[in-house]
Design a protein around this ligand. Sequence first.
Ligand SMILES: Nc1nc2c(ncn2[C@@H]2O[C@H](COP(=O)(O)OP(=O)(O)O)[C@@H](O)[C@H]2O)c(=O)[nH]1
Ligand SMILES: [Mg+2]
Length: 353
Amino acid sequence: MDLINEIKRLEEEIKKTPYNKATEHHIGRLKAKLARLREELEKRRQKKSRSKISLRKEGDASVFLVGFPSVGKSTLLNALTNAKSDVGDYDFTTLKPIPGMLEYKGAKIQIVDIPGLIEGASKGKGRGKEVLSFIRNADLIIIIVDVFTLHNIDVIEKELYEAGIRLNQKPPDVVIRKKDRGGINITSTVPLSLNEKTIVEILKENKIHNADVIIREDLTIDRLIDAIMGNRVYIPSLTVVNKIDIYQPDLPSNVIPISAEKGINLDILKEEIFRKLNFIRVYLKPPKGEVDFEEPLIMKKGCKVEDVCRKLHGDMVKKFRYARVWGKSVRYQGQRVGLDHVLEDGDILTIYA
Ligand SMILES: Nc1nc2c(ncn2[C@@H]2O[C@H](COP(=O)(O)OP(=O)(O)O)[C@@H](O)[C@H]2O)c(=O)[nH]1
Ligand SMILES: [Mg+2]
């Protein structure tokens, strides 16, 4: 049977089968097979069309605006950055990403207007596959719809999911070590809802017959398959509803209502972008000089003094003697710390080398 029909058949069977303890392993096997066939289809298609979309990433992070035509992507890009993207451009066939730079709290954040996304993209409609594989390069995805098309939030999320893009998820905490013999050995550090038979069947469906498997979360069938396939990307995302100047529908609490044209809530959006990227600002103070409040170093939450040293200079770590910190991360101001010290937003740092 040809691949596309077999995929359809599996999708239908999965939909029809009720999920319970007795059917769990059966569904597991079907889903694993489906994932494998989709992968195969994907590979065949990729041979035909390599993505020709390209972009020079610049700044501390790249944020992609993902939405259907006419929702206001170009308008938002122009409002947030120095870019001049054509508003009301009805040529929806262009695939050229248009970048602009947003400077916020000392961070340089590249915002990219991604045109050309249409429904059915993940199934290969238009040049949807190319667009979706390009979106995998984002550091943050902003899903954008307007007040008339709220239902498209689900549609876009589904397209991204089908393309192997996981939003606001951590990668599954699973290690699979393949071996030559010995069968499948499952160790878990937490109680699992899935039974062992299901896990084994899913692995076997993916031609893994001998392996040590270490599972550190109570995962679902889908996340186990994600772990096995290994080619998923995990990207944070925000959802924005544009054109609230026209009217204000009831909105779920996790979306940001804005008007790109009238400039409503854009400050909130910028702050959310900064927060979602896990950025913190670290201000440097030379041992005998003044604090540089103009240009903070943009680091990630959880970063250590050592990470700052690496960012500043390759051999700073070797020359490092100690550092002093003023700010939220220390108990008393000017505290002496080592390379392992974890910094927080707004900290002032002096490094003694
Ligand atoms: N009322 C209103 N119209 C907007 C807003 N943002 C964009 N538009 C309009 O919506 C249309 C499509 O905008 P555009 O930025 O080209 O959308 P794109 O296709 O997603 O890039 C244009 O006519 C814009 O003027 C907004 O916040 N409010
Ligand atoms: Mg546009």
